[in-house]
Design a binder for this molecule. Structure first.
Ligand SMILES: Nc1ncnc2c1ncn2[C@@H]1O[C@H](COP(=O)(O)OP(=O)(O)O)[C@@H](O)[C@H]1O
Ligand SMILES: [Mg+2]
Length: 352
């Protein structure tokens, strides 16, 4: 079945990029559910986006109409899926959660659209991966709330219009640029999620620690926040790692010293960069004289696929001012060369 409805189901079955459904009733998944904010008050940061959404939600409620279709874009782990569920909670509506790779056949998308009730939210993750046929089915559904279907056999082929209830589509993508423009144009609200500040991540960490009964000092939380790449998902993951370290190596309390020691062992540096980030910068410096180097070449040299580099590693390196995207390829900035003493000393050794 291509459809994963409601939050509960999502915890058990999660559609993967490779289009297989893996059963994951793991500790990690229940951990995710417990700490995922459910209402705006618990959703930290993204303040301008939240204010815009609050107004749209209030207006939609007053007019007794569904919200405009919404598109969220930005790197993984910044809270796109979480925000979609928060909106559903705030609107008091149901949400059906699926992702583009699960909507390969026309009947997948038709099935899910026909199952919607008035006011429901349909969340499609990785929406840039929708195929052309599914996209074309979606256009009239988004615009005028009907489906164009053909019935009968070849000679008696008839086209029929089937009305569907008014719903809200929320799409999420790591790559807004890969969305076709007819699809992008059908979203009334388009928003980019920003990386979080250290202060915001400190709040995320303290909130998570409280839910999980972890003893953490303010400075311990700040130390983790600084190395979390501006990303709540990473901050939450690091809290767990540091907690384990604190239990084994000291009294279980996360203070600044424990955090820093644990993160050093995990080889996450003071900029939040891990081994792969450093290897990426290192390769550009050592093998390509600081760039520019094409993304394909870089991916081969690094042993990663281009999509992961583009979606996961690059955005943060660019945001931090270490990397530049130019028409001729990726280039190190002089700031990166200064921070990591590049070209003279191996980055890995210069960091700690
Ligand atoms: N604004 C936020 N406040 C608190 N926690 C957040 C926030 N955004 C994300 N998180 C946490 O980070 C995790 C990843 O968020 P998610 O919505 O899955 O990211 P995305 O869909 O953008 O990849 C969630 O489990 C959630 O607990
Ligand atoms: Mg998501």
């Amino acid at each position: 079945m291509a459809i994963i409805s409601d939050d509960e189901n999502l915890n058990h079955k999660k559609k993967r990029n490779d289009n297989t459904v893996s059963e994951e009733i793991s500790y990690d998944m229940s951990f995710e559910t417990n700490i995922r904010p459910k209402v705006f008050n618990d959703y930290i940061g993204q303040s301008s986006l939240k204010s815009t959404l609050k107004i749209s939600i209030e207006a939609a409620k007053k007019r007794e109409l569904p919200l405009d279709h919404i598109l969220f874009y930005g790197p993984p782990g910044l809270g796109k899926t979480t925000l979609a569920s928060v909106i559903a909670n705030e609107m008091n509506t149901n949400i059906k959660i699926t992702s583009a790779p699960a909507l390969e056949r026309p009947r997948d998308i038709i099935g899910i659209l026909m199952s919607l009730k008035a006011g429901d939210i349909l969340f499609i993750d990785e929406i840039h991966r929708l195929n052309k046929i599914s996209e074309e089915i979606l256009y009239p559904a988004m615009e005028d709330f009907y489906l164009d279907m053909t019935t009968g056999k070849s000679q008696t082929l008839k086209s029929v219009r089937i009305p569907i209830p008014k719903f809200t589509l929320i799409g999420a993508t790591t790559k807004a640029g890969s969305l076709s423009s007819p699809l992008r144009d059908r979203f009334g609200i388009i928003h980019r999620l920003e990386f979080y500040t250290d202060e915001e991540l400190t709040k995320v960490i303290k909130r998570t620690a409280e839910i999980l009964n972890i003893d953490i000092e303010e400075n311990g939380a700040i130390a983790i926040a600084k190395r979390s790449r501006g990303t709540p998902r990473i901050a939450n993951r690091l809290v767990k790692r540091v907690r384990d370290f604190a239990i084994v190596k000291s009294n279980g309390i996360i203070d600044e010293k424990t955090s820093n020691e644990a993160l050093d062992i995990l080889q996450i540096d003071k900029f939040g960069l891990d081994n792969t980030d450093r290897a990426l910068l290192n390769i550009i410096a050592e093998k390509y004289d600081g760039g520019p180097v094409g993304i394909e070449t870089l991916a081969t040299a690094l042993g990663e696929d281009t999509k992961t580099i583009e979606d996961v590693y690059e955005p943060y390196l660019v945001q931090k001012g270490f990397l530049q995207r130019t028409p001729r390829g990726r280039k190190l900035t002089s700031f990166a060369c200064k921070c990591f003493n590049l070209k003279n000393i191996d980055i890995q050794k210069s960091l700690f």
